[in-house]
Design a protein around this ligand. Structure first.
Ligand code: PAF
Length: 282
């Protein structure tokens, strides 16, 4: 028997739902998502449940983090299935707001949050404005839900660093957690965008994870960064992917790597019109 997850769509209903928990002193976790939930999202929910008595999941396809020509209009919206999955994974409340709830003044007049530096490199360079949209919507979600804990996936590695900096700089008393990437059996990181791939592209997409593995091996063997990055891009291109970047960076702030600090290998590649990202800590 599956129990319906209570859902709210506006700020007043959200406040009412949270009020009772707060009055009882229960810790609240937020898992922000854009829906089309898969095992990767459910692992965030499981982690959230270990850190809070109550788990709120938000489902909102945020228009401000998509650039012109990106996949905002075709991004999969599967709220009924998401709701059934959330019931199976012990979510206490679904917050699925309309655009007007998240951006009451309209998109153009909305106050924006910008995290300088980190927002401009790698994903930020390929997708100008993307992280302003992410920081802005997450700031709004944090103000609406006022969670004690928020959980994000490590596949969006740079996103986590941007949000961590935002939370620290704005002194929000929110603990941010990340959960490991959940992968398909062939290594492809789970992503809502995988469903855009046709069978041939899907078969080739596993090269991204394989390439990250080779990058890590080469780094451990002491190969120079430039060589590791060039070889990775060639490996992706040989498999028919367009390499946007395949780089090694300082894992804490994405600055250029040194052997002394923890490092992370990051890839963004295109298969046809589908853009996929992945990473591996070294
Ligand atoms: O990672 C995502 O799904 C989104 O960027 C987020 C954090 C839910 C903001 O829209």
């Amino acid at each position: 028997m599956s129990v319906e997850v209570p859902g709210v769509a506006d700020a007043a209903a959200l406040r009412a739902a949270l009020g009772g928990w707060r009055a009882r002193g229960e810790r609240v976790a937020l898992v922000p998502t854009m829906g089309n939930l898969h095992a990767g999202h459910f692992s965030l929910l499981d982690l959230a449940r270990n850190h809070a008595a109550r788990v709120v999941v938000s489902v909102f396809v945020n228009p401000t983090q998509f650039g012109p020509g990106e996949d905002f209009s075709r991004y999969p919206r599967t709220l009924a299935e998401d709701r059934a999955g959330l019931a199976r994974h012990g979510c206490d409340l679904l917050f699925a707001p309309a655009v007007e709830t998240m951006y009451p003044l309209g998109l153009d007049a909305a106050v924006r949050v910008h995290v300088p530096g980190l927002s401009e490199v790698l994903e930020g360079a390929q997708r100008p404005g993307h992280f302003d949209g992410v920081a802005t919507v997450v700031a709004r979600l944090f103000n609406l839900v006022q969670p004690d804990v928020a959980v994000f996936g490590r596949k969006d590695y740079q996103q986590f660093l941007v949000l961590q900096r935002m939370v620290r700089d704005l002194a929000w008393p929110i603990e941010l957690l990340t959960a490991p990437i959940v992968r398909e059996p062939d290594g492809l990181a789970m992503s809502s965008r995988n469903r855009y791939l046709d069978a041939d592209q899907r078969a080739r997409a596993s090269v991204i994870h394989a390439t990250l593995g080779r990058m890590r091996e080469s780094l451990v063997a002491g190969a120079p960064y430039g060589e590791v990055e060039a070889a990775a891009c060639s490996q992706l291109e040989d498999a028919g992917l367009a390499c946007e970047y395949a780089v090694v960076r300082n894992a804490r702030d994405l600055s250029l790597p040194t052997d002394a600090a923890p490092r992370v290998a990051l890839i963004a590649a295109r298969l046809g019109s589908t853009r996929l990202i992945d990473n591996l800590e070294v």
